[in-house]
Each structure stands twice: as C-alpha cells, then as structure tokens.
Design a binder for this molecule. Structure first.
Ligand code: GTP
Ligand code: MG
Length: 173
C-alpha cells in the first residue's frame, strides 16, 4: 500500500486523567512519539495525539486525550470524556496524595464515561524507587476492588508505557 494510504479499521479514544505533574503528558509523549521531556510544562486545556498500532491483524488508531490535572486549567469535563472507550488513571508512586485522589478521579470518570470503558490504573515514575510513597500492594488491592487493570510505568525509562496502552486497546477490542 502507498505511504499515507494506510487502512484504519478502528479509531479508539483513550483519556488520560490524574493529578497535576504525575506524568500524563510524558506518558503520552512516550507512547505517541517515543519522546520524553524532563522540563515538561503543565498542560493547559486539552491536547491529543494519535498513534496507529496493529492488534489482531487490525489497524487501530489510538486517539489519546490529555488534559490538565490542575482544576483551573481543565477543559469542559463532559466533552473530554465523550466517546472515550479507554482511560488511564495516573498517579505518581512518589506522591501519596496523587494516589489518594484516584478514588475521586474514578468517580468523575464513572460519572461521565460509558459504563463499558476499559480503565487502567497507572503508577508512574517507577524509576524513582528510592522515593516510593505508594506500595505496589495498595494500588493492586485498589485496582482489584474496583475492577481496573494496573501497571507501574516509567515514562522516563520507557518502562511498561507501551504495555499499558496495548493492554487497554486490546481489551477494548
Ligand atoms: P499536568 O499537565 O499539570 O496535569 O501534569 P502531567 O501529569 O501532564 O505531568 P507531566 O507529564 O508534565 O510531568 C510532570 C513532571 O514529571 C515533569 O518534570 C516530567 O519530566 C516528570 N516525569 C514524568 N514522567 C516521569 C517518569 O516516569 N519518571 C520521572 N522521574 N519523572 C517523570
Ligand atoms: Mg500534562
């Protein structure tokens, strides 16, 4: 097939949510462009990037939406969640508060998104093990109780970022 004439079988919208500075935008940059920026700026409003992957011989275009963790920079909530079939609920393993807020993010997500949405709980910054404030067991238990997938990632070291997205996309499928 000619370049640029690729066939797309499915387009899946996936949303990223979680507190400010947990690494949502860098997880997206790692997945979409295999890039990482150490001095990443806070997101204002909404951004999205796409990447097409092949799953089960089908070409799946992932349209990943990213918004600000900080309330005052956030976009219109209902529009953000509309049509989403997957979600990444992100916290920072070195910031206990970002994990404690996950229940609230989940509530907002469940209040706005489709009931069949596939949700992955993501503990980011796994490269900072010496600063860990959230035991992996706490997150595993929470995920199990709430019926979520769970992985720890490092956008910096590119650990599990690919696996996290592919798991969600495969499960949607
Ligand atoms: P908002 O847009 O404000 O909601 O923040 P965000 O969740 O998009 O965070 P962002 O991706 O901008 O990252 C915040 C900071 O954490 C930046 O300084 C990143 O370089 C850093 N960071 C992101 N991911 C990782 C990671 O896996 N490991 C480490 N060590 N730092 C990371
Ligand atoms: Mg951001």
């Amino acid at each position: 097939m000619a370049a640029g004439a690729e066939r797309i079988d499915f387009v899946f919208k996936v949303v990223l949510i979680g507190d400010a500075a947990v690494g949502k935008s860098q997880i997206l940059a790692r997945f979409a462009r295999n890039e990482f920026t150490i001095d990443s700026k806070a997101t204002i409003g909404v951004e999205f990037q796409t990447r097409t992957v092949v799953i089960d011989h089908k070409s799946v275009k992932a349209q990943i939406w990213d918004t600000a963790g900080q309330e005052r920079y956030r976009a219109v909530t209902s529009a953000y969640y509309r049509g989403a079939v997957g979600a990444m609920l992100v916290y920072d393993i070195t910031k206990r508060q970002s994990f404690d807020h996950i229940a609230r993010w989940l509530e907002e997500l469940r209040g706005h998104a489709d009931k069949n949405i596939v949700i992955m709980l993501v503990g980011n910054k796994s490269d900072l093990e010496e600063q860990r404030a959230v035991p992996m067991e706490d997150a595993k238990e929470f995920a199990q109780r709430e019926g979520l997938f769970f992985l720890e990632t490092s956008a910096l070291q590119a650990t599990n970022v690919e696996t996290a997205f592919i798991t969600v996309l495969t499960e949607i499928f």
